[in-house]
Design a protein around this ligand. Structure first.
Ligand SMILES: [Zn+2]
Length: 607
């Protein structure tokens, strides 16, 4: 699984250089490698660090970062799962460091102490409430959930119904309750690429319907398929990476498009059973493999009561078995096989309504309450006219916790980023000069459960969002790239990137995502890198994020319309496993990335 995830993240990073669903093929046909070149800033001879920020910049060292990481990734913190003792210990550690370095507390104001039984003592001034470093909030924990799917058919006067079993006939896991019942339609592969002459959604109405589609694209192994002939479509829908094949990348985007058109739910059946059907994947997930234990992803399922979900949440996407898909198509006298043959016969979509069929989906959830806290500290700007504006730097402090005897130490994810935030806070605290604007340092809880801490902060910011110049997010900054990884990336993306590889020093390589239309932020990063000396590939992303590009704490800031940058160096193969521990890591990449982000934030706040 790990390798595949690596592919996914790389996919996301580089898909940016490929067109989104439905966008017309570029007339200039500029190849992705050329696009990349334009966005590459390779700095092999760094310039001197601007004097105003030099002391802080130099104070960030690999040794200190590793020293802090040794604590945060220690077994004693039991993987720092949100709303656990391990996480609270990590938060206590961070706030004591913020206090030690003289940062100002940016957390909650203490609640007014309850007056004693006889009320406040006459003449005694109540102590002036002091803000703390913790920004605490209550969450709902889904401790149990039960999904159900029931097909109801009406053929003539004959009524029928059939119940399907979760984690046998279909997979669906959500911590949100669900009740939906709607007619069914079949929408082929769910692809709408009008410019390429293929539109499965033409002529069918998906609004308020449950839509059954097939994964990938037609003709996975047939060179006659239009999806084999068109390079861009092939890359998008028939990507090599298995994860992309298993309802990853393109299938999410298809579902997103169907939801935009008003679909009530989306069912994805595998178009090819070459790797087995969904049952295979369910059983594989349970297979114990001593070398690389794959533990059931039983992370806590937490959500913020009453909070608006992320755009991709609450949209039921089920993966269904071939048997279930055929049962849904039976009333129309069809099977998946038959429909695939009809499609391949003339390479034409073959979507159809399924009159007389409807599906009832439900998800019953039992909740309990839990609480956790972000850690927030800040340093005031030096310019009275501008210090009410702020640049925010952050990274999540939580991780996956422990599962039985296995502890997910989360050294790389995201102990490394959290240590980067701590080191930058100390750097600015000891740097004699302060930038004109204020700088806020945040360590988030609940990222692994849905970006909960950063979403809470954006709703309850220390500096109003309109006063927040930008948010700089660090998530996994310890693992450097290597030749192999870069080679794999360019091969996977079928990009002849020899030129690119010639200009990139793998261990200095950093693909950096940032919001489009934020010239000051881009300029600050570019200027900072002239001193930090990395080989940065900038990837500007439209403000509207999806599940793939929004997978970390920059997403809530993006949705609040704030400029953002997302820094993720390479991605180790121990991602989200108990093997993500400190002895596999070095401090050099953490030092380089933290110095880069420190200087960029300083220059932006000092602009
Ligand atoms: Zn992470």
């Amino acid at each position: 699984m790990k390798r595949i995830l690596f592919a996914v993240v790389i996919g996301v990073l580089f898909l940016a250089f490929l067109p989104a669903q439905g966008t017309p093929p570029r007339a200039d046909k500029a190849d992705p490698a050329a696009e990349m070149m334009k966005n590459l800033q390779a700095v092999s001879t760094p310039e001197a660090v601007p004097a105003r920020a030099k002391a802080g910049f130099d104070s960030i060292t690999a040794g200190d970062l590793m020293a802090m990481l040794a604590f945060l990734s220690h077994d004693a913190l039991e993987g720092r799962e949100a709303a656990s003792r391990g996480y609270d210990t990590a938060a206590a550690y961070a706030q004591s460091l913020f206090a030690l370095w003289g940062l100002q507390p940016g957390g909650d104001m203490p609640k007014a102490p309850a007056a004693g039984f006889f009320g406040p003592e006459p003449g005694r001034q109540p102590a002036k409430p002091e803000r703390g470093f913790l920004q605490e909030f209550v969450m709902k924990e889904a401790v149990e959930s039960q999904a159900a799917a029931v097909l109801e058919t009406l053929s003539g006067t004959a009524r029928g119904s059939r119940a399907f079993a979760p984690d046998v006939d279909f997979t669906f896991s959500s911590s949100l309750p669900l009740e939906v019942s709607a007619p069914l339609v079949f929408a082929g592969y769910g692809i709408s690429e009008k410019q390429a002459g293929w539109d499965d959604l033409a002529g069918i109405d998906v609004k308020d319907r449950i839509v059954l589609i097939l994964s990938d694209a037609p003709g996975r192994d047939d060179p006659a398929s239009p999806f084999q002939k068109n390079k861009e479509l092939k890359e998008k829908y028939l990507a090599a990476a298995p994860m992309m094949r298993r309802g990853g990348g393109a299938d999410f985007a298809k579902a997103g498009e169907l939801f935009k058109r008003g679909a009530a739910a989306v069912l994805i059946a595998r178009s090819s059973l070459a790797d087995g059907d969904i049952q295979q994947e369910i059983v594989d997930r349970r297979r114990v493999n001593d070398d690389k234990p794959i533990l059931p992803d039983s992370r806590k399922r937490l959500l913020i009561p009453g909070a608006k979900g992320m755009p991709w949440e609450g949209r039921p996407i089920l993966r269904v078995s071939r048997e279930m898909a055929d049962a849904l198509l039976a009333v129309a006298g069809k099977t998946v096989d038959a429909l695939q043959q009809e499609i391949a016969a003339r390479w034409r979509p073959r979507s159809l309504a399924l009159p007389g069929t409807s599906l009832r989906l439900s998800n019953r959830v039992r909740y309990e309450l839990a609480r956790s806290a972000n850690v927030v500290g800040w340093i005031e700007g030096s310019d009275p006219a501008l210090r009410d504006e702020a640049v925010v730097i952050g990274g999540h402090l939580d991780h996956l916790g422990r599962k039985g005897d296995y502890i997910f130490n989360g050294a790389e994810d995201n102990g490394s980023g959290a240590c980067g935030v701590l080191a930058m806070a100390r750097a600015l605290a000891l740097n004699p000069e302060k930038p004109k604007r204020s700088v806020v340092f945040c360590l988030w809880t609940g990222e692994e459960e849905g970006l909960l801490g950063s979403r809470w902060y954006v709703q309850h910011p220390l500096f109003a969002m309109e006063k927040t110049l930008a948010y700089l997010n660090l998530d996994m900054i310890a693992v450097p790239w290597d030749e192999k990884g870069l080679g794999r990336m360019t091969r996977m993306m079928n990009i002849k990137a020899d030129e690119l590889l010639k200009r990139i020093r793998p261990d200095r390589f950093l693909p950096l995502s940032l919001s489009a239309g934020a010239p000051d932020l881009r300029e600050a990063l570019t200027a900072a890198n002239r001193s930090a000396g990395m080989d940065i590939l900038y990837r500007e992303t439209p403000r509207s994020l999806d599940r793939m590009s929004g997978g970390s704490d920059h997403a809530p800031f993006a949705m609040a319309g704030r400029p953002w940058a997302f820094v993720l160096s390479g991605m180790g193969e121990n991602y989200h496993t108990p093997a993500d521990s400190i002895e596999k890591l070095g401090g050099d990449t953490m030092e380089r990335v933290s110095r880069l982000v420190f200087l960029a934030a300083f220059l932006l706040a000092d602009k």
